[in-house]
Design a protein around this ligand. Structure first.
Ligand code: FAD
Length: 415
């Protein structure tokens, strides 16, 4: 059965797809989101929203809704016996606070907001194959669980927002560049008396029970509902990453994390689950003649810190602007402005981040950098601003600054 034609069909209703739908609907465009799950649905995540993500949510009119959740002031970094509490910096464009919101609630809220703006959402509806005309993508065949049948949806433009595995994107020919870093992470929830602390915590030198260093980092994010989100992750730039079992890494971190959090099998509220984080714009191409890829489907996660929600909102919004241009001028070529925008906004930053994570791929280098860094609060505050992409415009261009930092730190590492 064929349906009417939309201006844009959005495959996936997570942060990237919902943001893209919101901005197009706000411009009065006819948008359909197809989402294979039914909201509210869970998504494996640390649930941490940085100031960049909060800015996007505020811009979508969700500031009041966010205030029902746990607001935090900054990052507590712990390594080599040193603890540094670093508030988010003042910035002209971003708030100086973040939130922790379970994805179960967050994604439901953002998708509902897109619907309120005028988008149509089909839940339990999976885009399975593209509709092609002379090799050009014109929509998707969508399996609707409730009807138990396929519907052909046609649209002027298709937005691929189907997340890290991006099966629909692969149908269109996207592929991950394997020379770019890939993140792997795992998380679980635990009941904790400190569930409403105003800091997110990051452990930069995690060890096993015998005290041996492990590649990767750990986090403890207070959720404010009686639980904390605990997880750990590592990048494919770490030597021997293929042999690392993230469940074992999680067990080791849970067993050695500060006792006050009360992280134990008895306080766990669910079994841990994991996922992949494609970073640095690693999934390409980002744009075709009639389609664009956004969020994890474009490999947009920040390689510095594993943050993907803010970039998903941002790339969704940038994609909406390019589609708007293409529709307004009735010129599909305008879609190509998307790639240019991505390059202008993230190109140098992502490149620098890739360099940095290559450098810390050697556990000895990582150890030495964190040891040296943790001795200096100003240095670590600068690192925090760079890693969360929050340098102020009056500071050096972000990528140059980051590059200088990397080369300065790498220089002090013995050998
Ligand atoms: C363990 C872990 C911890 C993380 N912690 C953080 C964190 O604390 N902060 C942060 O900023 N980022 C974090 N991330 C990254 C973050 O989760 C992602 O970057 C973010 O979810 C990307 O949003 P997205 O919209 O691109 O994709 P997703 O959130 O994956 O959304 C894609 C949506 O598409 C739907 N879908 C897929 N295929 C189809 C199809 N064929 N048809 C219809 N629908 C489809 C899916 O059901 C899903 O709802 C973490 C990731 C992991 C794995």
């Amino acid at each position: 059965m064929a349906t009417e034609i939309y201006d844009a069909l959005i495959v996936g209703g997570g942060p990237a797809g919902a943001a893209c739908a919101y901005w197009l609907a706000e411009s009065g465009r006819r948008v359909l989101i197809v989402e294979k799950k039914r909201f509210p649905r869970d998504k494996t995540c640390g649930d941490g929203l940085t100031p960049r993500a909060v800015r996007q949510l505020n811009d979508m009119g969700l500031a009041d809704r966010l205030s029902d959740h746990l607001r935090y002031d900054g990052l507590r970094a712990i390594a080599h016996g040193v603890t540094l509490e670093m508030p988010w910096p003042d910035h002209p464009d971003f708030p100086s606070y973040g939130y922790v919101v379970r994805r179960h609630d967050l994604d439901d809220m953002v998708a509902a907001n897109a619907v309120k703006a005028g988008a149509t959402l089909w839940s339990a509806s999976e885009a399975r194959t593209p509709v092609l005309e002379h090799g050009i993508v014109r929509g998707a065949n969508v399996y609707r669980k409730d009807d138990g049948g396929d519907t052909e949806v046609r649209a002027r433009f298709v937005v691929v927002a189907d997340g890290a595995n991006s099966r629909f994107g692969r149908e269109l020919g996207t592929a991950r560049n394997r020379s770019y870093p890939l993140g792997m992470a795992i998380r679980g929830y635990f009941k904790s008396p400190y569930h409403d602390e105003p800091w997110i915590e990051s452990h930069l030198d995690i060890r096993d029970r015998e005290g041996n260093h492990l590649p990767g980092y750990g986090w403890i994010f207070p959720v404010g509902d009686g639980t904390i989100n605990v997880g750990c992750g590592l990048l494919s730039t770490f030597k021997g990453w293929k042999d690392i079992n993230t469940t074992k890494l999680m067990d080791a971190f849970s067993a050695t994390a500060p006792a006050r959090w009360r992280i134990s099998p008895e306080t766990a509220t669910c079994a841990p689950t994991g996922g992949r984080l494609p970073t640095g714009g690693s999934v390409m191409p980002h744009v075709g003649p009639t389609w664009l890829a956004v969020g994890d489907a474009a490999g947009s996660v920040n390689p510095f810190n594993g943050e993907g929600i803010s970039v998903a909102y941002e790339t969704g919004r940038i994609a909406a602007q390019s589609i708007e241009l293409a529709l307004a001028h009735d010129d599909g070529l305008a879609l190509q402005t998307y790639e240019q925008q991505l390059q202008d906004i993230y190109g140098l930053y992502f490149k620098t981040a890739r360099l940095f994570v290559q450098a810390i791929g050697n556990p000895a280098v990582m150890r030495e950098l964190t040891r040296v860094g943790m001795q200096s609060r100003p240095l670590m505050e600068w690192v925090l601003r760079i890693m969360a992409n929050l340098l102020r415009p009056d500071e050096l261009g972000p990528a140059e600054a980051a590059y200088k930092m990397v080369s300065q730190l790498v220089r002090v590492v013995p050998g």
